[in-house]
Ligand binder design. Sequence first.
Ligand SMILES: Cc1cc2nc3c(=O)[nH]c(=O)nc-3n(C[C@H](O)[C@H](O)[C@H](O)COP(=O)(O)OP(=O)(O)OC[C@H]3O[C@@H](n4cnc5c(N)ncnc54)[C@H](O)[C@@H]3O)c2cc1C
Length: 469
Amino acid sequence: MRAPWRVAVVGGGIAGLAAAVRLRDRAPAGTEITVYEQSGRLGGKLRTGELAGSPVEFGAESFLMRDPAGGESAAVALVRRLGLGERIVHPTVGQAALVVDGGLRPIPGGTLVGVPGDLERVTTVARPAADADPDAGRPLLGADDDVSVGALVRARFGAEVVDRLVDPMLGGVYAGRADDLSLVTTMPALARAARVEHTLVGAVRAAQAAAPRAPGAPVFGTLAGGLSTLVEAAAAASGATVRRGAAVRELTPAGPGWRLTVGSTRDAELVDVDAVVLAVPARPAARLLAGWAPRVAEGVGGLDYASVALVTLALPEPELPELSGFLVPSTEGLLIKASTFFTTKWGHLRRTDGLALVRASVGRYGEERQVQRTDEDLAATVHRELSAVLGVPLPAPVAGHVQRWGGSLPQYTPGHGDRVAAARAALRAGHPTLALAGAGYDGVGIPVCVRSGETAAEEIITALGGSGT
Ligand SMILES: Cc1cc2nc3c(=O)[nH]c(=O)nc-3n(C[C@H](O)[C@H](O)[C@H](O)COP(=O)(O)OP(=O)(O)OC[C@H]3O[C@@H](n4cnc5c(N)ncnc54)[C@H](O)[C@@H]3O)c2cc1C
């Protein structure tokens, strides 16, 4: 390929931006990178706002410090690459609670997203089945199989462990149900162990042993100043031309490269590039692929999404327990799915005026109507339910903010990983200069999406003829 390469990154979320940084670092000098973002701002689900004078995350809040193999997560590596390592902060209070029968109980330790590695430790919140987890005489999961997390845990530990522990913990991340979500995509380390181990307790312990954590090592981190600083730093370090308010409406193969149709129908702009990193959610991606790769589009576009709303309230001197927050099983009948006590959890957010910032997340997969309630209704319901769960009438909020994230959390059903692998193989065979990146394919979360974007960038560099460094 003749230099300079022209590469379009479609989608200015963290996956697209990580791809742009990796392209800058590894593609030949002079490579022209352009990020096309349909909205007016970069970051996608990363958005730092302000409430009562404090920086508050209106989207993603923190990132995992480690990757499943035990090393530093891709998010941490990117933060360091961007010179922001010194801004990483960790929760001051890590203990969270579960709502059980209307009251709060500490979430038992030693689980993997709620799946216990020691059944004794979870009896404070859920009773495992009497005949739990007999040796299956063979691995729990066949070499090419996938299963829903709920189905596996229900069969091995019984319903209560799923309903009271695993479901709310998975729901806290995906706003979905354990009974629908793919083990391979949502808990890859456990899936790997389940292909070897004969019991689920054994599989959890093997997965934990494969990624040992130094005692006291923090699980989560965020950036003082907010995650939008990561977004801005990535955009700057990529040296990319950033086009905000620039929706890519069509994408068609043009020789070995691509033609993009950018902007509104009336004044559409045609752009020719050598390669594309497609870092938009699965549905818009499927629309862009449908004209020339209908089978791939079908495989990618079948992914469903849940909608959530995040309600943040500023409360004057409330009585809050020393917890980072709580999770709510769907069986409790509350609108709140999870709550975070920002000013308790994060030392850097603590205030001297006694004001507390509390966030509640509302909306489970299949209950989109709840997210469509008015801001006032959502804020009032959250305030009432918080008071009920905490057992104290909370003071009236002095400020509030409602952020809706429509169709934002992918619901990976079993077999998702195979569908994505098939789509990628078909693209690689016919159109190697296009790579898919982001949560629509590789999983939810900042580290996963950073890695996904970086991998897509590497694929593009290989397809165009190798590294320039
Ligand atoms: C409410 C919420 C809270 C979360 N909390 C956490 C958390 O605390 N920690 C964590 O690790 N993860 C969290 N996640 C998950 C994480 O934020 C996401 O998995 C990740 O940010 C997705 O990044 P992405 O780049 O794949 O997609 P996105 O962030 O969705 O970015 C895609 C971008 O593409 C743009 N786009 C779409 N179509 C087009 C088009 N045709 N042309 C141009 N641009 C287009 C969109 O506007 C968007 O900016 C959370 C997610 C949500 C919704």
